[in-house]
Design a protein around this ligand. Sequence first.
Ligand code: PLP
Length: 425
Amino acid sequence: MNKKEYYSENSQLFKEAKQFLVGGVNSPVRSFSYVGGEPVLLKQGHGSKIYDYEGREFIDYCSSFGAMILGQARPEVVEAVRNQLTKGFGFGATHQSEVELARTINAAIPAIEKIRFVNSGTESLMSAVRLARGYTQRDKIVKFKNSYHGHADYLLAEAGSGLATGQIPLSKGVPLEFIKHTLIVDYGDTEALNSIFKQYGKSIAAVLVEPVGGNYGVTLPDIEFLKALRLITEKHDSLLVADEVITGFRFNFGSFLQTVGINADLICLGKIIGGGLPIGAYGGSSKIMNCLAPQGEVYQASTFSGNPIVMQAGIATLRILNQEAKNYEIINQFAKQFCDSISKYAVANGIDLKISRYRSMFSFKFSDRALFSLFYRSALEQGVYFAPSEYEANFLSFAHSSADIAKSIISVKKTLSCFVKKEVS
Ligand code: PLP
């Protein structure tokens, strides 16, 4: 089979996709705009492997942008979804599965006395901000430069993820008035934080923070800064909103901030807790959460929230994560082994590659974008699928095996060796 035929199904499908979907995708980073060329369209997955329409197999480190911590199609999760499917898809009424998932999350994160399930991470942050504003009766919020908290208008200013990938400082369509209450500070800059609180302290409803940055490459947590953040928010009666959409249940069975002894007022979750199906959630003390309708006057609603199929996938996923919690350390070690080995190889061969890792998540940074694109494309040829942007994180899942890691190391080294030659030629 020649190369043209080999890629034909993918190309044909992408051509059709472009006809009906904007840019052929339903979310910008999927278009491979950062790395260039046609994206790989994925047909199915099992465990740590995903397969395109040509039948090519890839070891998956994108992990549906961090949602698939058990890998694809884990049998117990499939079974839980299948069981629910035959009983109805959703009722617009409270279902036992919502209570069970809420109870499971409360047991793991006691600070979440009450929770509200929504349909995405975006909705969770958007709603948490509204709640914080309603609770404090204040308007301003603080976010950190290059953090990403979903696509609500006032959170898109200087955001990471797809906006960093597309070099978009602020999305068109967001009136400047909509971001006038969004204050932006550099993560880790205690002085700037103090000065913003000095100036606006009495009007700041909340500070939003990704405790481990996952949307501008992986940004390591600065625990002292996070503690200072907790103190200053407490001092000014502002709420600390932990965006744990990526980090929740990622490194341990619970919240990341909780493990470092910091209690946020509101915690936003997403990705993992839905087992790969669309979900978001925000929660905190009963005192704050009871300000939400129907108890309180902060309004937030949704037709699909708490959907029983999603809930069952979430329950099954969290049950496995809890039962197999020892795997958190194993995938941490796998990620360390992979990143250390690749970094060492890069240094030994004079390749300007930096790998940023926090436990089981990591990102690559080359000295220029073209080199990353080259690297990315060659890694695909070698059967390794990373997130298609240097700004996005890669994730290990419980499905990754030591054989996957060994194979990935060989493949990525091979990628880098060709890359060195190409760079020189
Ligand atoms: N918050 C963080 C930290 C995220 O990484 C993301 C998405 O990647 C979101 C919020 C938005 O979540 P969603 O894409 O489910 O709307």
